[in-house]
Design a binder for this molecule. Structure first.
Ligand SMILES: NC(=O)c1ccc[n+]([C@@H]2O[C@H](COP(=O)([O-])OP(=O)(O)OC[C@H]3O[C@@H](n4cnc5c(N)ncnc54)[C@H](O)[C@@H]3O)[C@@H](O)[C@H]2O)c1
Length: 682
């Protein structure tokens, strides 16, 4: 670690925090993508309050100049990012030894923060947004500067508390406490509507942290590639007979954007024919140039021909159709092309402002109409959704398996009056990917997106960790019960191929799905390898919040909870509190993430492995709870797979006692009540 005698310019800048000299006003940087202008909801008094709040970070002598500057930012962008305080040094995850810090945990957290803000990784780096349009690491550059300065000065007897990006300060704590506690967007429940985010974020008092943006755990597109691979692979298992090949089988979907762009790459890893429609030519070309989709096709006739050839030749191939997905669904019906899997990943969480492009309009026409005539645009979107669902229903009647991939497709289609309801008029006729796939096949057994980052920044360390993880999974596979053998096998294949799939963007990171035992055994192997010098520097462990225990989200992560508790958020809160005193290096809890502000509570952690006995104790204690908390909740909700997993765990873990549910016979409930005339489906 750097000493005070020989500081680099970067280290000196970090230690300085808010600079002593007022930096010049920043000019607009056209080389990076910028966040869109946000809604202007503040009253005149609130605008003044926003400026007053922003000026809290700076000495009084600068206030007159900065007040004007920040007012200009608020008018122009709807937010105050404090562009002029963006540091001049390049932003990327440096090797851990380059950070000025008094403890390794703090240096590791600085590395993770810088990775989330790296222009090669982040979506809108100058607005401190990592992904998802509004997933912020900090609200403004002053918060970044102060946080890095606090981390540089922090000892193992202090904890830094961050309120939605704002570093409240260092508080005395204990060497066993987390070094950082993060909350993002935690609101009084009645103030958690989308416009509340617009208002309070503009005031500078809250932020949307997404899942891994405001918790410093984003690892680029690798995470979504893995999740999509697991989902598509298991979806095929639901439709194909055991042992049949995926080659030559067709998966139709849409979207080649930020997350949806992972679909063709995942389809290729699974080994099927992926047809992915993308209306925006720029997005389609970008993914093609990056090698994430094999062929671009502009014409429906050609698409139909090429698809038929791929089916006949039993190919593994991904085809991007540059156009509207509704046209593909309808054309494939006419052509009687057989589709095995269907989904959709347009941004339907944001249907009226460019998330979904209606059929019958070009990309440019739609962009003009949504501004010129929002009501007509809305009608066109809803009509298009009705057409899309009608075609999907016909394909489904011919044997296609359709699933909602967490983009609010079924929800918006239902609001548009499309025929998406099941016979009971309450449920959707198609499942969400968590209800049918990730929930019962992965989360309920404890399998979830475990990830790690090698803080040396060396690819060879990542290779060593890949090999160690592979060995652990293989040894678990040898003795695995049938229920989890498949999941282990899938992840063994994934980790063997991970290096050649060239998934690293930014820090040297890896993801795989493992259960509690797998995560603990892998972490133990890493800790030992660090102690033995086989891995040259500490490793940070973490996970996506989209996991077994971290997230309460009724239409996604916890959509397969059927005891009514899916609208509660106790699990995520217990998780973050439980992890915090069991050894996490940092913990985070967020409102929003994936499905939207007010719709989900999600939490996560970071845990530093440095080869020490303390790290060994922490990883065993914390990872065990981090997974089994969620399994127990899923088991109490009577999920069969989770009941299997938690009872298996109780047999091998002394001290674990779980309240087993008693299952009620259906006939016991019959005839107890008559229909309630006041009943309204939620
Ligand atoms: N299941 C998960 O784990 C998961 C993960 C991430 C994102 N999501 C959800 O998936 C959705 C997509 O995320 P993203 O980051 O890729 O968003 P994005 O906006 O970057 O990409 C969506 C793409 O769909 C295209 N599109 C829209 N309407 C179309 C149409 N009718 N035909 C063809 N193309 C069309 C858009 O041009 C855009 O490029 C979001 O709603 C997001 O919340 C789910």
């Amino acid at each position: 670690m750097a000493t005070s005698v020989d500081l680099t310019e970067f280290q000196a800048d970090i230690l300085q925090g808010i600079p002593e000299k007022l930096p010049p006003r920043a000019s607009f940087n056209p080389k990076v993508s910028h966040a869109p202008k946000r809604k202007d909801l503040l009253s005149l008094e609130e605008k003044k309050l926003a400026i007053r709040n922003a000026l809290r970070y700076f000495p009084k002598k600068w206030h007159p100049e900065l007040a004007g500057d920040f007012a200009e930012e608020l008018k122009r962008y709807g937010r105050i990012y404090m562009y002029r305080f963006k540091p001049a040094y390049p932003m990327y995850a440096r090797p851990i030894g380059e950070y000025p810090a008094k403890c390794r945990a703090a240096a590791a957290i600085m590395l993770m923060i810088q990775n989330n803000l790296d222009p090669a990784v982040a979506q809108h780096p100058e607005e401190l947004i990592t992904y998802g349009g509004n997933g912020s690491v900090f609200q403004n550059w002053a918060q970044y500067l102060l946080t890095m300065q606090y981390l540089a000065g922090m000892t193992e007897a202090q904890t830094l508390h961050l309120y939605s990006g704002h570093p409240m300060g260092l508080f005395p704590s204990d060497k066993n406490a987390p070094r950082v506690v993060v909350t993002n967007g935690m609101m009084i429940p009645n103030y958690s509507k989308p416009d509340d985010w617009e208002r309070y974020n503009a005031l500078g008092v809250t932020q949307y942290g997404q899942m891994t943006a405001g918790s410093y755990m984003y690892i680029g597109p690798q995470g979504i590639v893995h999740g999509t691979t697991i989902t598509v692979m298991n979806a095929f298992r639901k439709v194909l007979e055991k042992g049949s090949k995926t080659e030559g089988k067709v998966f139709v979907t849409s979207g080649l954007g930020g997350m949806s762009g992972a679909q063709p790459k995942a389809g290729n890893i699974v080994g099927c024919i992926t047809i992915c429609a993308e209306i925006n030519p720029a997005a389609a070309h970008k993914r093609h140039e990056q090698g994430w989709v094999d062929e671009l096709i502009q014409d429906l006739d050609l698409l139909a021909k090429r698809t038929r050839k791929a089916i006949d030749n039993e190919e593994t191939i991904s085809l991007a159709y540059v156009g509207n997905v509704v046209d593909v669904w309808e054309r494939f019906l006419e052509e009687e092309l057989s589709i095995q899997l269907g989904s959709d990943q347009t941004s339907l969480h944001n249907p009226w402002a460019g998330g979904y492009y209606p059929a019958g309009l070009t990309y440019e026409e739609a962009n003009s109409l949504m501004v010129a005539n929002p009501d007509l645009f809305r009608e066109k979107v809803q009509e298009s959704l009705r057409r899309q669902v009608a075609a999907i229903n016909k394909h489904a009647s011919r044997g296609m398996y359709f699933f909602d991939y967490g983009n609010a497709f079924l929800l918006e289609a239902s609001r548009a009056g499309a025929e998406v309801y099941a016979e009971n008029g309450i449920d959707f006729r198609y499942p969400s990917y968590v209800q049918d796939i990730l929930g019962p096949m992965c989360f309920d057994y404890g399998f979830g997106p475990f990830r790690w980052v090698c803080t040396s920044g060396k690819p060879e360390d990542l290779k060593t960790t890949d090999l160690l993880a592979q060995k652990v999974l293989e040894s678990l596979y040898e003795k695995a019960p049938d229920e989890i053998a498949q999941q282990l096998q899938d992840n063994i294949k994934w980790i063997i191929e991970a290096d050649e799939n060239r998934l690293v963007v930014g820090s040297q990171a890896r993801i795989l799905y493992a259960d509690a035992e797998g995560r603990i055994r892998i972490a133990e192997a890493f800790n030992k390898a660090i102690a033995d010098g086989e891995i040259s520097a500490p490793v940070v462990l973490g996970r996506d919040h989209h996991d077994v225990s971290g997230t309460d989200s009724p239409f996604r992560e916890t959509s397969n909870i059927y005891d009514g508790s899916r609208y509660t958020a106790d699990m995520a809160i217990h998780n973050v509190i439980g992890d915090s005193f069991r050894g996490a290096t940092w913990v985070s809890i967020h409102n929003g993430g994936g499905v939207g502000w007010g719709e989900v509570i999600n939490g996560g952690f970071g845990l530093l492995l440095d080869g020490s006995d303390k790290a060994l104790n922490n990883l065993r204690n914390m990872l065990f709870f981090d997974v089994n908390n969620g399994i127990s909740r899923r088991g109490w909700a009577r999920n069969e797979e989770a009941l299997f997993a938690i009872q298996r765990e109780m047999k091998r873990t002394p001290g674990l006692e779980f309240t087993l549910p008693n299952l009620v016979e259906e006939e016991t409930l019959e005839g107890l009540f008559t229909e309630n005339p006041n009943f309204n489906a939620p």
